[in-house]
Design a binder for this molecule. Structure first.
Ligand SMILES: Nc1ncnc2c1ncn2[C@@H]1O[C@H](COP(=O)(O)OP(=O)(O)OP(=O)(O)O)[C@@H](O)[C@H]1O
Ligand SMILES: O=P(O)(O)OC[C@H]1O[C@H](OP(=O)(O)OP(=O)(O)O)[C@H](O)[C@@H]1O
Length: 306
């Protein structure tokens, strides 16, 4: 392919994807599920989609909120946390929660430190990659502690990564960092004392889009991605049940709109098919057995439009 220039991108919907890190691979899986086809040339952070008038732009997750918020890019996937850190929440609409990249932003201190609430960190040193959110949070802590002079305020120091090492290195009394499994925190000998926010990956678009003609394509891509997410979230539960206990069974599997009920050769029995949340599947099957359902089968969904 020849080198990209602005005219190649003209008229295309620009869709920002995290170029590396925790969200990257999951985004590629989503794009494949939505049949967004592309080949990314080595080292190029912009590439053309083959089957839609879209160009993918691979950017650091933390830069995506401002690109979308300022309207330079039409659509993006990033973390809810970095939208708040970039102070872009008024400039982007979070149109879909994507169900991955779930984590919490927490204040952490060394296991052995005699610190049990954030108030004990007032005026101390905090290291973080989230200096805006940590700054606002500790401004409140300082206020509660009656700290007014600039010299006495909690010091917020930015680092770009490996935040968890800061206390052991003697650089901080506490850190503000993301926690998912808690493995990194425990390995670094830290414990949480407060949660600033919960986050997950989200699909975002500009609140003040520059390219009105792209709205239908944005809606179509959003619907496709929603379908892929729903397909991962739900399973199809199918079973046979006596007509006499049908209402008890369908109360357990009401479906998203209504269950599908089909007659069987035996007039006393019906077959029921219904969408069930994957996380509730085992519980639902136990309950169906308890009301006399038989031949209970679960099917995965490859894709959906619900
Ligand atoms: N441990 C985690 N579990 C789940 N989601 C996470 C986790 N860490 C980060 N995230 C989410 O992924 C986003 C990107 O974080 P990640 O650490 O991958 O950044 P990055 O773009 O690779 O930058 P860097 O490598 O410079 O830290 C975060 O803003 C957050 O929403
Ligand atoms: O609770 P856990 O499951 O251990 O995940 C938390 C870790 O994940 C993130 O860092 P990442 O590994 O993405 O690397 P980074 O430190 O370079 O940002 C975050 O900054 C924590 O360090």
């Amino acid at each position: 392919m020849s080198a990209l220039d602005a005219s190649t991108l003209n008229g295309r919907l620009l869709f920002a994807i995290p170029k590396k890190g925790r969200l990257h691979e999951k985004c590629l899986t989503l794009l494949a599920g939505a049949d967004i086809q592309f080949r990314r040339p080595n080292r190029l952070d912009v590439c053309l989609v083959q089957n839609h008038p879209i160009a993918l732009v691979f950017l650091p997750a933390s830069d995506i909120p401002s690109f979308v918020g300022k309207g330079n890019v039409d659509l993006g996937i990033t973390g809810h946390d970095v939208i708040l850190e970039a102070q872009m929440e008024a400039h982007v609409s979070e149109t879909l929660r994507l169900g991955f990249g779930k984590c919490a932003l927490q204040v952490q201190v060394p296991e052995a430190a005699p610190v049990h609430s954030v108030d004990a960190l007032a005026g101390k040193r905090i290291v973080t990659s989230f200096e805006v959110l940590a700054g606002h949070f500790f401004a409140d802590v300082d206020k509660r502690a009656g700290i007014e002079s600039d010299d006495a305020r909690t010091q917020i120091e930015y680092v770009g990564g490996s935040v968890e090492a800061a206390c052991a290195l003697g650089l901080a009394d506490g850190i503000v960092d993301l926690v998912e499994s808690g493995e990194t925190m425990r390995a670094a000998g830290l414990r949480p004392i407060a949660t600033l926010l919960q986050s997950e990956a989200v699909l975002i678009r500009s609140s003040t889009p520059k390219h009105a003609h792209l709205a239908p394509l944005i809606d179509k891509i959003t619907a496709r991605i929603a379908g892929v997410i729903a397909a991962g979230k739900y399973v199809i539960c199918q079973y046979n049940v006596r007509r006499a206990t049908l209402s008890a069974a369908t109360a357990i599997t009401p479906g998203r709109r209504a269950p599908t009920i089909s007659p069987l050769e035996d007039p006393e029995w019906v077959a029921v098919s219904s969408m069930v949340e994957r996380s509730k599947m085992a519980d639902v099957m136990d309950q169906l057995v308890s009301v006399g359902a038989e031949d209970i089968l679960i099917f995965n969904l490859d894709n959906s439009r619900v």
